[in-house]
Structures are given as structure tokens and as C-alpha cells.
Design a protein around this ligand. Structure first.
Ligand code: SAM
Length: 311
């Protein structure tokens, strides 16, 4: 719909299978080595902190999966975003901050990275306090370890004893609307689904446009949490088939790097985006009740961002 198609130059076409295999091998090997080094480095750092810090930091390693989760920001966020040619995380942080309000639903929160680094959240917390108000920040995820970790990590940056922050967590599955509590429905004035859609597994049925069904289900769930006029925004990773094939050597290599990273993550069952397209996202937003004229889309390499307002 929004994407122009380009032809790859002839010279490159013949060398493509070889180049493709080489980039694929290089990306997969580097990723596995980096993951092993980073996770062990975090594990080692935690152990040192535990033994030489008089157990002071032991709370950080008590959480289930804590060591793995502590390396998440570096590996899953910064490294993977670079592989798929994303705009810098500072751009994504600006988008998060721009749309954040004092009643916010964070769906698929993982480690709560954006809230921990948000200057806008700091501003809201400072300005709510004199009025005796508070900022409600609600975390939703299907993984209890992420919820525990995110709540712990966010309250370490913005301790609720010093800031008027009400942090709440809910275990939900976005393909099961029953898991959203009645009191949360229509309650929030902003909601984000950053880097979530490409991670949500497709519904079990084999018929129909699975990408469209998944996007609609997730967006309907987001819409059910929001009040009319509220903002919904997010970022997802599109599959190679859904984006324009670039021309030019550097762009082509960047494309192969992103494609190889996605193949690797799909083989490991981390990524579920093979049926996702720009149209599925836009149509899903409209079907969920977001105003068509409010929808803003931006695609950079494999990364697609959207912003929309509930009608
Ligand atoms: C890549 S992380 C997103 C991280 C976070 N939003 C960020 O931008 O840093 C994906 C998160 O979505 C959660 N998730 C995946 N599928 C889900 C589903 N069907 N329902 C609820 N949460 C889901 C995972 O547990 C994980 O925390």
C-alpha cells in the first residue's frame, strides 16, 4: 500500500544466493556468540556483586530469570533493533514520551525499558505531585517473570515512596480477551505496544489471513483498555516479504542482515511475523475502532511505527 517496489541490479542478482548464505551464517554465528558472552558477563557481574557487595545486590538476582532479563535490553532491544535497521532507540523513546499520559497501559512490557528511560514520565510524576494526583502505569504481559522484573526495575528508577506512581501488573494473553479485567476497560488515556506484534504467536486456526486476524485481536484488546480520544502507538518488525527490496550495495547488505536476523529468530521461535504486513496493521487499527484519519504510519527498513487515536 505505502511501499514502492524496486528491482535489484543484475550484477547483484547472480551473486545473491551466495551473499545471502554468507550474511545468514555471519549474523547467526555472531548473535549466538554475543548472547553467550553477554549473558555470562551479566551472570559473572551478579555473582561478584553478590559475594563482594555483602549480599547487597542479591535482590537483583533473586528474580526468576533475572540474569537473562538483565541482558535483554542489550540483546533484544539495542542489538536486534540495529540488525533490522531500526531508527535509533532515541527516536523510539521520543515517540513513547510524546504519547505518554498519566493513565498509561504498557502492553507486552518486558523489562519496562521505555518507562525506565522516560523523561516525560519524570515530568508527569513531578507535576502530578503538587496537585495530589498520581500517575497510573499499568503493566500487561503474558510472562510473569517479565512483570516481576519490570515492576522491580521501574520502581527502582521511580520509587513510589518518592514519586506519586501507581504501578500495577496484570498477567494477560492478547489473544484471549477474557484475561482483561472489567475495571481496566476504557480506563486508560494512552497505551503502547512497542515491539510486541511481531512477537505474538498467530492464532491456532489455519484458515484466513492470519496476519490480519492477529493484528485485529491485539488492537481490539488495546482499544478495549482505552477511553475515547485516547492514543495508541507501537512499533513492530515486518518480514522481508512485506517491505520494499532496496537497491544499492549498502542498502542491500543491510536488507540481508535484517533478513538473516529474522530467519534466525524465527527458527528459534522468537519471532512470529511471516504473515504481517503494513495493510494488516492499518486495517486492524481501523477494525478495532481507531479513527482512520488519525492513523500515522512510518516504515524504516524492517521497522514499522504507528500512532492512532480511538474514535
Ligand atoms: C519484544 S518484547 C517487547 C518489549 C517491550 N515492549 C519493549 O519495547 O522493550 C515482547 C513482550 O511481549 C510479551 N508477549 C508476547 N506475546 C504475548 C501475548 N500473546 N500476550 C501477552 N504478552 C505477550 C512477551 O512476554 C514480551 O514481554
Amino acid at each position: 500500500m505505502f511501499l514502492p517496489t524496486h528491482k535489484t541490479p543484475k550484477g547483484l542478482t547472480s551473486a545473491m544466493p551466495l551473499l545471502d548464505s554468507f550474511v545468514s551464517f555471519a549474523v547467526a554465528t555472531t548473535t549466538v556468540i554475543l548472547e553467550t558472552v553477554v549473558q555470562n558477563a551479566f551472570y559473572f557481574r551478579d555473582l561478584v556483586a553478590y559475594y563482594f557487595g555483602g549480599g547487597k545486590k542479591s535482590d537483583e538476582i533473586k528474580l526468576d530469570g533475572g540474569v537473562r532479563l538483565r541482558s535483554y535490553d542489550l540483546l533484544a532491544l539495542h542489538y536486534t533493533l540495529w540488525l533490522v535497521g531500526s531508527p535509533s532507540y532515541k527516536h523510539l523513546q521520543r515517540m513513547f514520551d510524546w504519547n505518554l499520559t498519566h493513565k498509561h497501559a504498557d502492553i507486552g512490557v518486558a523489562t519496562g525499558y521505555w518507562a525506565r528511560h522516560s523523561s516525560r514520565l519524570g515530568y508527569l510524576l513531578e507535576t502530578q505531585a503538587p496537585k495530589g494526583g498520581q500517575v497510573e502505569y499499568h503493566l500487561f504481559d503474558q510472562n510473569e517473570a517479565f512483570l516481576d522484573y519490570a515492576e522491580y526495575a521501574i520502581s527502582k528508577v521511580w520509587p513510589p515512596v518518592h514519586y506519586p506512581l501507581s504501578l500495577e501488573s496484570s498477567l494477560v494473553s492478547y489473544l484471549d480477551p477474557e484475561t482483561v479485567k472489567e475495571g481496566d476497560q476504557g480506563h486508560y488515556t494512552s497505551c503502547q505496544a512497542m515491539l510486541l506484534l511481531h512477537r505474538v504467536a498467530y492464532p491456532v486456526q489455519k484458515e484466513g489471513n492470519l496476519g490480519a486476524i492477529k493484528a485485529q485481536q491485539l488492537f481490539k484488546l488495546a482499544a478495549s483498555l482505552l477511553a475515547p480520544g485516547a492514543r495508541f502507538y507501537g512499533v513492530t518488525v515486518l518480514p522481508p516479504e512485506a517491505v520494499a527490496q532496496p537497491t544499492g550495495c549498502c542498502a542491500r547488505l543491510r536488507f540481508l542482515r535484517g533478513k538473516a536476523a529474522q530467519d534466525h529468530l524465527r527458527r528459534r521461535g522468537v519471532l512470529h511475523n511471516e504473515h504481517d504486513t503494513v495493510d494488516n496493521v492499518v486495517n486492524g487499527l481501523i477494525a478495532a475502532g481507531f479513527s482512520e484519519t488519525s492513523i500515522k504510519i512510518k516504515v524504516v527498513n524492517f521497522v514499522m511505527a504507528w500512532e492512532a487515536t480511538l474514535a
